[in-house]
Design a protein. Sequence first.
Length: 225
Amino acid sequence: MLKNVFRAVSVIALSVAIPSIAHAEAGSFQAKLLGTLVAPDASITEVKVDNIGLPANSQTKANDNLVPTVAIEYFVTDNLSLETIAGITQHDVDGTGGLDGAETVSDAKIIPATLTIKYHFGDSNGFKPYFGAGPSYFIFIDEQPGAALRGFGAERLQLNDKFGVALQAGFDLALNDTGLGISVDAKRYFLRTDASWTDGTGAELLRTRHEIDPWVISAGLAYRF
């Protein structure tokens, strides 16, 4: 009996001495400040117009970029949330294969507007993994023809804004009971868009269809309120 009483007192003492870590609840928000690696996985899937004579086996590859992003999350229930991100990334595109080394796109800025619905599970020591999915809309800003296409007379480049889909997985880890935590997140986007290069008269020199499936990997601080 004394042994059982001692155990009970010990459990109560520990629960008082170590504050419990609070978790997100329905109706709460979470803001995140993240460092984000954007790693495009893009390729030409179709050449629709070719008035410059592309070499055989022409392909393209975009450079990676590391940018700051902000995410805002709202918990609809204790385990279900909606999240949107804000950020802008910039990329150059160079040729590979028959276009090896030729710059085709210069300083294309992209806003990947995204809304995902996430399901959180687990609750051990403040560790809550999640997965999610949702629509995205890629907005291309101020894209310019690369040096190689300018050599063919291209003065304007148009990348079409397009809807896509994002899949997501990651985790949040609470650091204390005041709402501060860390967050690690990985998204894979699936998107198709057309790129059109035109000369000074508006005549189309080249139009290609592209598969753009970037990985977007983020990590940073989170604050729940």
